[in-house]
Design a protein around this ligand. Structure first.
Ligand code: NAG
Length: 409
C-alpha cells in the first residue's frame, strides 16, 4: 500500500516537473522569436550595437551632426521609394513580396521556383534590411534613410520616378510622396534629382512634358537639385526611344528655354556619340554588375571618357550584385562583394576630373543586391538565409563615405 502510494506520488511529481520544463522551453522559444521580429537590432553583432542604437535613437543636435558629416553633391545615389507594408500601404506588402520572375525560356523556367515571397521574413532579396520590411511612406523610415544617406557622404539622391498614377508592376504610384521626401532631404541638407523610369507609352516628347511638370511642382523646393541652374534627369533605358525621336524633341527646345539637363543610359562606348547628337547632356552606365555591359566595365571607363568627349560620362559604381531571389536563374550576373573590395575597385576605376559626377547604384535596390542601406544577418529563420555585410550593418554606409572623401573629386 505504502509503496504504491510513493510510486504514484513520484510519477505525479515527475509529470509536473516535465510540464514545467515544457512551459519554460515554450517561453524561451516564444521570446527568441519575438525578439527577432520586433527588434532586429538586438541580434546584430555586439561590436556594432553602439553604432546602431546611437544612430537610431539619438541625434541631439542636428546642426552639429550636419557640420561633422559633410557631403559631396557631385555624388548621386539611386533611391527607390517603392517599398510598402500593411501598416502604410492599404494592408499590403509592396515589392518585398516581389515574385520570382520566370525565365523567358519555358524549359529553363520549369527548373526554378516561381512563387512570390511572403514578407516579413521571406523577402525578394538576398539581404535583409536593418529597418525590416519597411514602407517607403513611413515618415520615420524617410527620416532614417535621409540620415543614412547623409552619413554615406553622397549629397544628391536620384529618386526613381514614374508619372502620377503610374508605377512598375510590383509598386503603386509614389509621385505624391515626393514633397515629403524633399522635406526629409532638406532637413539633412541633401538634394534630390530624378531618375525617369520606363513608364507606359514613354516618348521623348512626354519625357520633356513630365520634366516640365517636375520643375513646376518641385523646382522651387530648396532640396531640388540644380546643376548649372537646371533640373537634372537621368533617363533609364533611354535607348528604347529611337535617337531620331530624341533628336527632334530635344533640339526643338531653344537653348534659352532649356531648363533641364538630360542624362541618357549607355551600354557601350559608341552609344555616347549618338546620345550627344540626339541632344543629351551626359551619359551614365547604371549597372553595378561590373562587366555586365561595356559601359559598366570599370576598366573601360578611362577610354569611355575619351570616346565620349563631347558629353560628360557619369560612371555608376556599386558594391556588388545578386538578384537570385527574384531571378533564380540569373546567378551568372552575381558579383560578390568580397568584403568591400569589389566596391573599392569600382571607385578606384572612376576616371579623374575634378568636376566629375559619380553615381552610386544604389541606396536601396534590394532585389538586385546593389544596396548600401544597412542589412542584418538573420539567424532565426530555418530555411532562408540572408547575406550579411562583413563589418556589420553599417559597413557600406561607412565605406561609401570613406571612398567618397578619399578622392579629391
Ligand atoms: C498607351 O497607348 C495606347 C495606344 O495609344 C492607349 O490605348 C493606352 O491607354 C496608353 N496607356 C497609357 C497608360 O497611357
Amino acid at each position: 500500500m505504502w509503496q504504491v502510494y510513493t510510486r504514484r506520488r513520484r510519477i505525479r511529481w515527475l509529470a509536473i516537473g516535465f510540464i514545467c520544463l515544457l512551459l519554460v522551453w515554450c517561453y524561451i522559444l516564444y521570446k527568441s522569436l519575438a525578439i527577432n521580429y520586433d527588434q532586429p537590432s538586438l541580434h546584430v553583432h555586439s561590436s556594432s550595437l553602439t553604432t546602431i542604437s546611437s544612430f537610431l535613437y539619438d541625434i541631439q543636435n542636428l546642426d552639429v551632426f550636419l557640420k561633422h558629416t559633410p557631403v559631396k553633391y557631385n555624388y548621386h545615389i539611386f533611391y527607390y521609394p517603392w517599398y510598402g507594408n500593411p501598416e502604410y500601404d492599404a494592408k499590403k506588402y509592396r515589392h518585398w513580396n516581389h515574385p520570382r520572375l520566370a525565365h523567358w525560356n519555358r524549359e529553363k523556367a520549369s527548373h526554378y521556383p516561381q512563387h512570390s515571397h511572403i514578407p516579413p521574413d521571406d523577402i525578394g532579396s538576398n539581404f535583409y534590411p536593418l529597418l525590416g520590411a519597411y514602407s517607403s511612406r513611413s515618415p520615420e523610415i524617410i527620416d532614417k534613410h535621409m540620415r543614412m544617406i547623409r552619413m554615406s557622404g553622397a549629397g544628391t539622391i536620384s529618386i526613381s520616378w514614374y508619372p502620377p498614377g503610374m508605377a512598375d508592376d510590383a509598386g503603386y504610384s509614389w509621385d505624391d510622396l515626393i514633397p515629403r521626401i524633399l522635406d526629409g532631404a532638406e532637413k539633412y541638407k541633401l538634394k534630390l534629382c530624378f531618375h525617369i523610369e520606363p513608364y507606359k507609352n514613354r516618348t521623348a516628347d512626354n519625357i520633356i512634358h513630365w520634366s516640365r511638370y517636375i520643375l513646376r511642382q518641385y523646382g522651387s523646393h530648396p532640396a531640388f537639385y540644380r546643376y548649372n541652374d537646371k533640373g537634372f534627369f537621368y533617363v533609364y533605358d533611354s535607348y528604347q526611344i529611337p535617337s531620331n525621336e530624341w533628336h527632334r524633341a530635344l533640339t526643338s527646345i531653344s537653348v534659352s528655354d532649356r531648363q533641364a539637363y538630360f542624362v541618357g543610359l549607355i551600354l557601350k562606348s559608341s552609344d555616347c556619340a549618338q546620345l550627344a547628337t540626339s541632344g543629351f547632356d551626359a551619359a551614365y552606365s547604371y549597372f553595378a554588375a561590373n562587366g555586365f555591359t561595356e559601359a559598366s566595365t570599370s576598366q573601360r571607363w578611362k577610354s569611355i571618357v575619351d570616346i565620349c568627349k563631347s558629353i560628360p560620362f557619369i560612371p555608376s559604381v556599386g558594391p556588388g550584385y545578386i538578384d537570385t531571389n527574384i531571378r533564380p536563374w540569373n546567378g551568372e550576373t552575381s558579383r560578390a562583394r568580397n568584403n568591400g573590395n569589389y566596391y573599392k575597385q569600382m571607385f578606384k576605376d572612376v576616371p579623374d576630373g575634378k568636376d566629375r559626377i559619380v553615381s552610386i547604384t544604389s541606396f536601396n535596390e534590394w532585389h538586385e543586391g546593389t544596396q548600401i542601406e544597412p542589412a542584418i544577418e538573420r539567424t532565426d529563420l530555418k530555411s532562408i538565409t540572408y547575406e550579411k555585410y562583413h563589418q556589420g550593418p553599417f559597413t557600406y554606409i561607412h565605406l561609401t563615405r570613406e571612398l567618397i572623401f578619399a578622392s579629391d573629386r
